[in-house]
Design a protein around this ligand. Structure first.
Ligand SMILES: [Zn+2]
Length: 324
């Protein structure tokens, strides 16, 4: 959550400090050019400079110093909250009991923020869609010293997420970066069974691994993931997503609101991560030929994928997608 402190800091700089500084520069120029009226004993020029100095001093004391005070206080509070969030995450990483609490907690915050977002949902359905934002990151497990995949191989997935959600939903999808983790998955490889069995496996060691790695990799997201609001979604590159066979192969998995992560196999279809995030936003599958949520790979470039009005509105009112 420390990133919101940076964003507030940047906002103050861009929206308040810079405009005042620009005004100061213009005023300085005006004062320089102002003719000295002898019948006013040059007081007009003096007043002009006084205004300039006063604005400069007040701006420095309130805005320039203020933005750093805000930044420091904000950061300290956030670090404390993230440490608390991290400790909560450790508890949630305990097999079985932590897993069950995690499932219940994630669905409770999901329901809570869906209720809070009802008006936003209605607004979105009739086309009122101010810019929202959503944070996401990607984890690449390093197993036996070898990363499962490369950042370059996953970059098209990231580009597709940013493009699709920007173009269809007016959402600013912000990528928080890759995280390579040396923490070895249980059994030395990570296979996600994308079915009911996989749902219950999430309560055992595998789920603990996902939770623990998420908390370590995305420390700044810990507090937000506890309260749900603006919690980061994480894409995990995994060895395999099952079930496979019968002429079809599963390449990605999401357990909807149950987890704050989705799993993808690397390099199969560039829209896999965007599709799985769609499930994490509570979307089901859709039959549309160009729809992002089509059950099987469409083979279409991400730039031509679409979403329906209803899908867009469901995505926009997910707890992961926020104004602040
Ligand atoms: Zn799907």
């Amino acid at each position: 959550m420390g990133r919101s402190c940076r964003e507030i800091h940047e906002w103050i700089e861009e929206e308040i400090e810079q405009p005042i500084e620009e005004w100061e520069d213009r005023q300085e120029e005006r004062c320089r050019e102002e003719p000295c009226n002898w019948w006013m004993l040059c007081l007009n020029k003096l007043v002009c400079w006084l205004v300039w100095v006063t604005v400069k001093v007040i701006r420095w004391v309130t805005v320039t110093v203020g933005k750093w005070v805000v930044r420091v206080v904000c950061t300290v509070v956030n670090v404390i909250l993230d440490v608390i969030g991290f400790i909560v995450g450790l508890i949630l990483s305990i097999p079985i009991i932590g897993g069950i609490i995690r499932t219940v907690l994630n669905w409770l915050v999901e329901i809570f923020w869906r209720i809070v977002g009802v008006l936003d949902l209605l607004g979105s359905l009739v086309g009122i869609r101010p810019r929202k934002k959503f944070y996401f990151g990607v984890v690449i497990p390093v197993i036996g010293g070898t990363p499962l995949t490369t950042e370059a191989a996953l970059q098209p997935q990231i580009d597709a997420v940013i493009d699709i959600y920007d173009r269809t939903c007016n959402i600013d999808a912000r990528f928080t970066g890759f995280c390579q983790t040396e923490i070895s998955p249980p059994g030395g490889s990570i296979v996600v069974n994308c079915d009911v069995g996989g749902f219950f496996e999430d309560w055992w060691l595998k789920g603990s691994w996902f939770e623990f790695v998420s908390r370590i990799c995305k420390f700044e997201s810990n507090w937000r993931n506890v309260i749900g609001y603006g919690g980061e979604l994480i894409g995990f590159a995994v060895n395999n997503v099952a079930p496979d066979g019968g002429g079809s192969s599963t390449i990605g998995c999401s357990f909807a609101g149950t987890t704050n992560w989705v799993a993808i196999e690397s390099g199969v279809d560039p829209a896999t991560l965007a599709h799985e995030f769609g499930h994490a936003f509570l979307l089901g599958h859709n039959n549309g030929a160009t729809n992002l949520m089509a059950a099987s790979v469409t083979g279409l470039p991400p730039a031509s994928l679409t979403l329906t009005n209803w899908q867009i509105s469901v995505i926009r009112t997910s707890r992961h997608v926020t104004y602040l």
